[in-house]
Design a protein around this ligand. Structure first.
Ligand SMILES: C[S@@+](CC[C@H](N)C(=O)[O-])C[C@H]1O[C@@H](n2cnc3c(N)ncnc32)[C@H](O)[C@@H]1O
Ligand code: SF4
Ligand code: SF4
Length: 347
């Protein structure tokens, strides 16, 4: 009942408020909701890496180098969707490039008559496929990666696709699809690139999600490690009016975390999992900790198994990554403790 009310209210606010106002309107409520999710071990987010095919050549990610191509069987996704019919479970489809999965339309069609929220994270290069998917399926939320201007694009992502990405963003926006922009701060971009992306988001009312370069096991990169960044770019990101207060703390105390001065328990693992194209279910995107394999057990069985519960407990003090999709959640829960640290780092 409470879930239904929450959903209805959130949907109403989303329709009547611009994106940045919506985020501010709900932020005060989030700690309460997140603590409840953790207490109940409520699975709310499932990240599916459906293919390792990719048409980009990003220097921060090694997925495009993977051979042979492996695609998740849509039947497996159907099994997940059928077995985890919780109203509040959100599905995120990633890869590789989702729109290169040979059966991406079949995957989207699984949601035709289902209520669950899902979104796709894409490099945005295949404009026609993406726009047509948004037209012909229930795909109404898309996250597109953009780390800077045209020059930065080819330096960082290794292909000349800036125009296609921009045109995907604008076409989807015209169709009233919710477009989120994922901006990865890394050693190939700077403050001007962030300001470029921020301006684009402001002008088009897009949600901006800045993240830090990291080395998740799922991307197959290792070597450069977490970077130190110029304070200018970090201040620009944390003071952006397009980020909510929990994200702001996340950016403000990044260097302190890097220097070992922040010890933040990991709670996000109690409500989200990652599934790889080979059907392995991982504890999180950063560690190669396998909870089970969907060819051998059902998703609900894996989620409720003693092994999963024990691994979640074991890693609940883990502080090894500063990944936006895991750690902003943790900061939201523990915000009081880290707010002071963030204020001091700002001063
Ligand atoms: C692995 S990609 C998969 C989806 C799609 N291919 C794309 O690029 O959007 C998911 C997100 O990770 C970001 N990313 C790439 N390399 C990264 C790294 N080393 N650390 C953190 N995020 C990274 C991408 O920019 C993208 O927003
Ligand atoms: S970040 Fe995305 S687009 Fe770039 S290589 Fe990795 S999977 Fe491909
Ligand atoms: S803090 Fe540890 S367990 Fe939590 S998401 Fe990061 S690497 Fe995974």
């Amino acid at each position: 009942m409470i879930d239904k009310l929450e959903k209805t209210l959130a949907a109403l606010l989303r329709t009547i408020l611009p994106e940045s106002h919506y985020l501010k309107a709900v932020e005060g409520y989030l700690p309460h909701k997140y603590r409840r999710d953790v207490r109940q071990r409520r699975l709310t987010d499932i990240f599916l890496f459906v293919t390792n095919r990719c048409n980009s050549r990003c220097r921060t990610c090694a997925i495009w180098k993977k051979r042979p191509p492996v695609d998740m069987d849509p039947k497996l996704i159907e099994k997940i969707v059928n077995q985890l019919e919780y109203q509040n479970l959100r599905f995120a489809f990633l890869g590789g490039e989702f729109f290169l999965h040979p059966q991406y339309q079949q995957i989207l069609a699984l949601f035709d008559n289902r209520p669950q929220y899902f979104f796709v994270v894409t490099n945005g290069i295949l404009t026609d496929r993406i726009v047509s998917a948004a037209r012909n399926s229930r795909l109404k939320s898309v996250m597109i990666s953009l780390n800077g201007d045209r020059e930065e694009y080819s330096r960082d992502r290794g292909v000349d696709a800036f125009d296609s990405v921009l045109s995907t963003i604008l076409e989807l926006k015209k169709m009233k699809v919710k477009v989120m922009i994922s901006y990865t701060l890394n050693r190939f971009n700077d403050k001007d690139d962030f300001l470029f992306v921020e301006k684009l988001c402001k002008e088009n009312d897009l949600q901006l999600v800045p993240v830090f370069y990291s080395e998740p096991c799922v991307l197959g990169v290792a070597g450069a490690g977490y970077q130190h960044y110029n304070q200018d770019v970090l201040s620009a990101i944390s003071s952006s009016c397009l980020t909510d207060k929990y994200h702001r703390i996340f950016y403000e105390i990044y260097h302190e975390w890097l220097e070992g001065k922040v010890s933040l328990p990991c709670q996000s693992i109690f409500r989200q999992v990652v599934v790889l194209e080979n059907a392995d279910v991982l504890l999180c995107s950063h560690l190669d900790v396998v909870l089970g394999n969907l060819h051998q057990a059902g998703p609900a069985e894996i989620w409720t198994s003693e092994k999963t519960i024990a691994l979640q407990k074991e890693y609940s003090r883990c502080n090894r990554c500063w990944s936006e999709c895991h750690r902003v959640f943790d900061l939201t829960i523990h915000k009081g403790k880290y707010k002071k640290q963030a204020e001091e780092s700002r001063a």
